[in-house]
Ligand binder design. Structure first.
Ligand SMILES: Cc1cc2nc3c(=O)[nH]c(=O)nc-3n(C[C@H](O)[C@H](O)[C@H](O)COP(=O)(O)O)c2cc1C
Ligand code: SF4
Length: 431
């Protein structure tokens, strides 16, 4: 099988990506809370060295309120003092030849409780529900959840302390803070900023009639429920285009909610068309919310291809698609126009070297994720991600091959990417 199609460069707005492989946003969970650590850098380095053209961060919380809601497993970026830690991360990705994309989030909404049970903010004061029918069809998953003190409340729709509903003014403030954080991300050297609007977290909760019963301009009609996503995208695009024209802006959307009474694909397609009109450069298509876990982290290959194709055709913009584990499906997805970039989370947990192995036609040497859910379960209960197929996951920091090598750079090369862009030297490729 010839895989050349996967090695054609592609542009996402101003950013040229060397191939069609991306590491999808992955909260790999470190033992430490707070800013990214050496382990985060090494995790990113392994996937960049393995050949992915883009490496995403996991979900990064872009405002203090968003961060309060989930400080256990995710990182914050909203203060200038945070920028240095992310600049190390982007330098690392670039040193290993990949573009660095940040997934910037406005928080987990009604899922944004801390392990001590204290709630965060959400569109409406509706407690989250983890529906039994939505749990993966996997022996042990539910039992495991029920044993753990801080996850018990996530099953069977048990009531937890309901979140606080944002006031209209608080939403407007959150959008402004988020946009300022996007500029901090660009300052840190990210090549792309991906707006996290999926998986039943805050922005996605605004979309859903099940979690948004507001009566102001951010609730009610579909247009009102989508308003926050359109506004945040438009303002981020405007701010980034003005100050950091070398940086791409994209949106990660769930195609369908997969819960009775939730939103459908047709609404996602219409939203994507609106977002294309405000100038976003690409889409990252996934599906579902945490309430339907089996569609969020699916166990059948290629389930989101049809959605990705629908968004690509409706908007004419480049689209990333996840849940592609079969090499024949990567190729089909790209060659038959389902998507432009294969966005891999679990496949690269199990084997960070997939892109290089495919390029060398060593398909039989790929370590294939078995969709056993070990990584996912660990994430859900805030313990570092591991994989039975890859003993190195979570300990990349101890592996010399993933330490960023010393690279001689001239003063010119060290200047922030934006200055080089302004001089007409193009892109942000520091590799
Ligand atoms: C351990 C783990 C961490 C994840 N972290 C994130 C995240 O931070 N942000 C996000 O949008 N999706 C996250 N996801 C979802 C993945 O990006 C991806 O959409 C999903 O796993 C399906 O794609 P895959 O089959 O390539 O794994 C995570 C999934 C796993 C298993
Ligand atoms: S832990 Fe299981 S589901 Fe996760 S990457 Fe490894 S094999 Fe796949």
């Amino acid at each position: 099988m010839g895989f050349e199609a996967l090695y054609q460069p592609i542009r996402l707005g101003p950013v040229e990506v060397k191939n069609r492989f991306s590491m999808a946003p992955t909260s790999a969970v470190q033992a430490e809370t707070g800013l990214p650590t050496e382990q985060n850098y090494a995790y990113i380095a392994a996937r960049a060295k393995g050949g992915a053209g883009i490496v995403h961060t996991g979900s990064v919380q872009g405002t203090p309120k968003a961060w309060i809601g989930q400080s256990e497993i995710q990182h914050p970026l909203y203060d200038p003092t945070h920028v240095g830690a992310y600049a190390e991360l982007t330098d690392t990705a670039h040193a290993f030849g990949a573009k660095a994309f940040i997934q910037l989030s406005l928080g987990l909404g009604n899922r944004g409780y801390k392990a001590d049970g204290s709630p965060g903010w959400a569109p409406s004061a509706i407690a989250k529900a983890e529906l039994p029918g939505g749990m993966p069809d996997h022996e042990g998953f539910r039992t495991y959840f029920l044993r753990l003190p801080h996850s018990k409340a996530m099953v069977d729709g048990h009531a937890v302390v309901p979140p606080r509903a944002y006031t209209t003014e608080e939403i407007e403030e959150e959008i402004e803070t988020y946009v300022a954080s996007a500029k901090l991300a660009a300052t840190a050297g990210f090549d792309g900023i991906e707006i996290h609007a999926c998986h039943g977290y805050l922005l996605d909760q605004f979309r859903s009639p099940l979690t948004n019963i507001r009566t102001d301009k951010y609730g009610g009609s579909v247009e009102n429920r989508n308003r926050i996503i359109v506004e945040i995208s438009q303002k981020t695009v405007e701010a980034i285009e003005t100050d950091f024209p070398e940086v791409a802006v994209g949106v990660r959307l769930s195609a369908e909610e997969h819960v009775e009474g939730g939103y459908q694909f047709v609404e996602t397609r219409d939203l994507a068309v609106e977002l294309a009109a405000v100038g976003v450069h690409y889409f990252d298509i996934t599906s579902s919310s945490r309430a339907s876990f089996k569609d969020f982290v699916p166990d059948i290959d290629g389930t989101n291809m049809k959605y990705a194709k629908g968004i690509k055709e409706a908007t004419g913009l480049p689209v990333m698609c996840n849940n592609l584990h079969e090499p024949a499906n990567y190729l089909k997805a790209i060659e038959e126009g389902y998507c432009d970039i294969v966005n891999m989370c679990r496949p690269l947990i199990a084997d960070p070297d997939i892109p290089n192995k495919v390029r060398a036609n060593k398909i039989d040497q790929i370590v294939r994720c078995t969709r056993c859910y070990a990584c996912t379960l660990r994430l859900t209960v805030f313990i570092p991600v591991r994989c039975p197929l890859n003993p190195n996951v979570g300990r990349e920091r101890y592996m010399p091959e993933y330490l960023r090598p010393p690279v001689w750079q001239t003063k010119e090369e060290m200047l922030p990417a934006q200055i080089r862009w302004d001089r007409g030297e193009g892109g942000t490729d520091a590799s």
